[in-house]
Ligand binder design. Structure first.
Ligand code: ATP
Length: 319
């Protein structure tokens, strides 16, 4: 290997910059050149590259988002577009690629490696929905952001005798909701992995309010229900003022937590180590504190992200 590319793709996640920095500085220490790809797979296809030096990644470790930019580029599902992108890399003397992104980005990386081009995937998403890894880059920061927001809502809910319905992100993965629920000691947590019944949830909140509880907080994973309607229903049922808050993209931004900085730095360096030892088509994962790597195809096709069932049960029993 003489020259590698690095890109970020899909939803941005705090810690992506730290991962890029680690890739760049590790690769440079091996004597490789590094180019950054602007705006994910769209920049890859367009040949939108910038040369990266040690200095290019100074002052980035603590910055949220991704300085390379990220984009949704559905055209990459077209095999012809992918072949063209690989050709562009070859023409630019790039020998290998590191992709930082979520499961959609992994699909792109899988196809690139199937074309015989060395490619390593790093899990960068706040959703924590990637199979095989205990944590993704960005999850811890997003969780801390959600917890801070819910703590603030709790203060005002308890002062005003209010109910709060808080929607957190996570797409089809309830990890963010479950961990926020345990961290904030909320009354109910609704996630896609566990079937829930609206009437039962409402009845349980009504019982708490009737028993004299001054406030209640429900954490709801996105795509589960209309939280604004849920707030209206609960207000009508309990007589307590009820507000819905959608945390939304606030969870995507912000300075990465120390946990995410360490994870991203370790994973970025590890991606280069894998390329150096001749690996390709692998994705990096954290397993019981250690970094491991899996076949990216196996990760997408046959591995399933494990739901945090015991943590969910804890949220229910303590909340
Ligand atoms: P997040 O879940 O955090 O939003 P993600 O990586 O899953 O991140 P996606 O929008 O699903 O986000 O995918 C990012 C990009 O990866 C897409 O815009 C597209 O360029 C590429 N991609 C997604 N699915 C495929 C696929 N089936 N084949 C090839 N490329 C894909």
């Amino acid at each position: 290997i003489k020259k590698i590319g690095v890109l970020t793709s899909g939803g941005d996640a705090p810690g992506m910059n730290a991962a890029i920095r680690a890739v760049v500085r590790t690769a440079l220490s091996y004597g490789w050149e590094v180019v950054g790809v602007i705006d994910g797979y769209s920049g890859l296809h367009a040949g939108n590259f910038i040369q990266l030096t040690r200095r290019s990644v100074s002052d980035l470790l603590n910055r949220g988002g991704t300085f390379l930019g990220t984009a949704r580029f559905p055209q990459f599902k077209d095999p012809k577009v992918r072949e063209e992108a690989v050709e562009v890399m070859k023409q630019n003397g790039i020998d290998a690629l590191v992709v930082i992104g979520g499961d959609g980005s992994y699909m792109g990386a899988k196809f690139i490696s199937e074309l015989g081009f060395p490619c390593i995937g790093l899990p960068g998403t706040i959703d924590n929905d990637i199979a095989g890894t205990d944590a993704t880059i960005g999850f811890d920061t997003a969780l801390n952001t959600a917890v801070e927001a819910i703590d603030k809502l709790r203060d005002t809910c308890s002062s005003h005798k209010r109910i709060s319905v808080v929607e957190v992100m996570g797409h089809h993965c309830g990890d963010l909701a479950v961990c926020a629920a345990v961290s904030c000691g909320v009354e109910a947590v609704l996630v896609p992995e566990v079937k829930w019944d609206k009437d039962e949830v409402y009845a349980s909140i009504k019982r708490s309010v009737d028993a004299g509880k001054r406030h209640a907080i429900l954490v709801v994973c996105e795509l589960q229900t209309d939280v604004h309607q849920m707030a209206k229903d609960l207000e009508a049922l309990t007589g307590l003022e009820t507000r819905a808050t959608v945390l939304g993209h606030i969870q995507r931004g912000g300075t990465p937590s120390a946990v995410d900085r360490v994870l991203a730095s370790r994973m970025g360096a590890y991606a280069c180590e894998l390329l150096k030892s001749g690996e390709s088509g692998r994705c990096v994962a954290l397993k019981r504190g250690e970094l491991v790597h899996y076949d990216i195809i196996e990760c997408i096709n046959s591995m399933k992200h494990k739901f945090m069932k015991t943590t969910y049960d804890l949220a229910c029993s303590l909340g």
